[in-house]
Design a protein. Structure first.
Length: 288
């Protein structure tokens, strides 16, 4: 039994008198070979991240895509991804929605304004300055990584009848809730401002497509690693643009697994959404 004066002191400090703060208990899988280990072997490490020092960035979960297969997979992924966001939010994680080139759709919302209002903070290294597909872009870093393990030079449509490339998206899919406490941005500086304002050290990436935007966008893996954040990928809540009739073959989902391994080897560890939700990891129906 706590003495009334102690309870009062804890309350005055804003501390809970009994229950412990929630944490994120993650099993981080990496392939960054430690000295003496064979290159590319997977190692797992337990990590405990403080939710209030953690953000989840939702990359390019658009309402539509020029590729019909890609659209169908995003629609399948959206529900489980939304469920993970709900669980993370309940623990105190900041959710940043990053539907690239679609922020104008949200211009009158408080969540978009939250990103615009975060005070300017100087980055420790310059942000990517070259542009691709409507935002700044972090190209593959030859000093750090080899070439991607899949051939996506045809842009990765894996439909029987090839889809025509066009701008198909105008917003994030409505299947992912944007809650009052969330933020919306597709900009590297705004992302950095939000993270600095909230003293957030840990950045979790999910969404699509891993071989393209989840690596290259200014809020995504390459940029966040270069800025010194602890970065991790939710490996069951992502997808690639990959046609398996191109090298190295196998299935579309084998291609995604190969890119996950590339990320684990050269950029950041990954974990499965089970670590946040307590429910089984997501699998696309066609991958089962
Ligand atoms: Zn297609």
């Amino acid at each position: 039994m706590l003495r009334p004066t102690l309870v009062f002191t804890l309350l005055a400090l804003g501390l809970p008198a009994a229950a412990a703060e929630p944490t994120l208990a993650l099993t981080l899988r990496s392939r960054a070979a430690p000295p003496g280990a064979p290159a590319g072997a997977a190692t797992e490490a337990k990590a405990t991240w403080e939710p209030k020092a953690t953000a989840i960035v939702v990359c390019d979960m658009w309402d539509d895509h020029w590729c019909k297969s890609a659209t169908a997979r995003v629609n399948e992924l959206a529900g489980p991804l939304d469920a993970m966001l709900k669980a993370a939010r309940a623990k105190g994680v900041l959710v940043i929605h990053a539907p690239s080139t679609c922020t104008a759709f949200y211009k009158s919302t408080p969540q978009r304004q939250r990103a615009l209002d975060a005070p300017f903070a100087k980055t420790p290294v310059p942000l990517a300055a070259t542009e691709r597909w409507g935002t700044a872009w972090n190209w593959p870093d030859a000093k750090r990584e080899g070439v991607l393990p899949i051939d996506d030079s045809d842009m990765g449509c894996d439909c029987k009848t090839k889809c025509e490339i066009r701008s198909a998206w105008s917003r994030q899919t409505a299947a992912i809730a944007i809650d009052p406490e969330d933020a919306i941005t597709d900009d590297g500086q705004e992302t950095w401002n939000l993270l600095t304002q909230r003293k957030i050290d840990n950045v979790i990436l999910c969404g699509v497509h891993l071989n393209m935007c989840v690596l290259g966008r200014p809020f995504a893996i390459r940029q966040m690693v270069k800025l010194g954040k602890n970065v991790a990928l939710v490996r069951d809540l992502t997808d690639t643009m990959y046609d398996p009739s191109r090298p190295p073959g196998g299935t579309h989902f084998d291609g995604t697994d190969r890119v996950v391994e590339h990320v684990e080897r050269f950029w950041c560890p990954s974990f499965v959404s089970t670590d946040i939700t307590g429910t089984p990891a997501f699998r696309f129906k066609a991958a089962k």
